[in-house]
Design a protein around this ligand. Sequence first.
Ligand code: GLY
Length: 601
Amino acid sequence: MPLNAPVSFETVKPRPRLLATLIAAGLCAFVGQGAVAQQTTDAVAPEASTAGSSSEMRKAATASNWMISAANPLAVEAGANILRSGGNAIDAMVTIQTMLGLVEPQSSGLGGGAFLVYFDAASGKLTTLDGRETAPLNATPTLFQDENGEPLKFYDAVVGGRSVGTPGTPALMKTAHEKWGQLPWNSLFDPAIDIATTGFEVSPRLAALIADDQEKLSRDPEAEGYFFDKDGAPLAAGTLLRNPKYAKTLQDLAVNGTVNFYQGQIAQDIVDKVKGASWNPGVLSLADFATYHVKERPAVCIEYRDHDVCGMGPPSSGALTVGQILGLLEPYDIAAMGPSSAQSWRLIGDASRLAFADRGRYMADIDFVPMPLTGLLDKTYLAERSKLLDRDTALETVEPGMPSFSHAMKLADDEAIELPSTSHFSIVDIYGNAVSMTTTIENGFGSRLMVNGFMLNNELTDFSFKTHSDGVPIANALAPGKRPRSSMAPTIVMKDDKPVIVTGSPGGSRIIGYVAQSLIGMIDWNMSPKDAIDMPHLVNRFGTFDLEAGTDAENLASALEGMGFKTDIRDLNSGIHAIMITEDGLIGGADSRREGIVVGE
Ligand code: GLY
């Protein structure tokens, strides 16, 4: 049980005049109305504080002009200073990402990938950038099978060079900045370079994760030298940690852009590391770096109770699966039932199982696999499928549906494993731009390979390890140049063509449940972002109904069991960072299950 996790549905309070009174004239309506952040004091009790910050009281905030919610106080403060100095949300995104890669190296960084959902106030357009890692051109579909064609055990595949895909995060930062940035690129790296040089205090969460991962993390000499002391002991919370190699890498990015990362020495260093790994040497090559590019894709949206819930389409399953859950729930009066009702959770749980069934069958990298993208969110399809939920007990069997599609196809179900990891941050700037970005190196500490001061991802293990099931192909099978299916669900909710909620979470494939639940909290149950985040989690991914330990969710176990669900009481370590945009200003929350804060002015 994490420290100070939420415990009760009763803590939930209706928020004052919210979505019904959305800004009519856009965010700029409250620009300049004062610069005092009001840090509310109704946040839950503090998580173990990140050294050097007063994160205790900073889990909820209101503001007039801008707001940032992210997983680490140093990252939020660095981003806040960018906004204070006239930068916009994209500038702040670059600074926050570079700081997260330093202070939260287990979750995201230069060696990983990310998805950005972006609302651009000047054009009024919502779009997305896909900075997902790609499979090496030399990879084969059986990369994660043994000599007998059997799938490798998960961690046998993760640790070492084999699982590393071509990183996309540096390219995403650069592409986004070229399109929409405002401050000079080279000015955005100073905060992280500074802290990498002078040092930061290892947070309690980072210290615990290092200690927990000692065996795997100490296999790589650079990682061992960084995360363990000279006697081999894991760094304790509060230890001052410097990362001069990371500072040097950031200097290079600041001065040269991403040239050296994708076409120069940094690419060579990563390739050497992956190919020379003593565990599972990989097949990444310079050609993979030279050909990597970020893809701008249209946001995938579903209409839900007069809102447009928009997010990241394939190769992420995030927006489609969150969208399906909401679309399946639309005919049911979840608002009247409320968050304490077992029937609410039966509906949400079975809607999630139906959506995960479609996810496992149909969702993958759309540039490689024909996908019924429109069919999966088609109103008629979802309305018909939601009739399955019109009952009092859990569904006995859950099968994928038959969304309309122009292609004939036969696909088998994917069982790719995705364990909790990743980081999410949300930004609204003074100009009315909004950033929702989920960023990852996949597993905690990724492949456990460290190079030039940052960790390399293990994103390729998000592919199905099997290519076929009973001779039928699996959509999310690995192929050269393909992007592994993700669950990341950075989300911007629009109302009357303006952003009203910016949210997302880490958590492996539970991301989908966390994000759907927070949206239901804010839209159906009239909760503030903080209350929606703190609400006890109940997550169903097509198996057991996972109930958050130590919370009111436990009290629903017997009712849900009685309906036919199997339940599992466990930690559910989301990291939701959400901002709501109302006509009265910005309201934000940071997840008490992690170390982040929300700040606004
Ligand atoms: N590796 C986590 C995700 O992409 O969902």
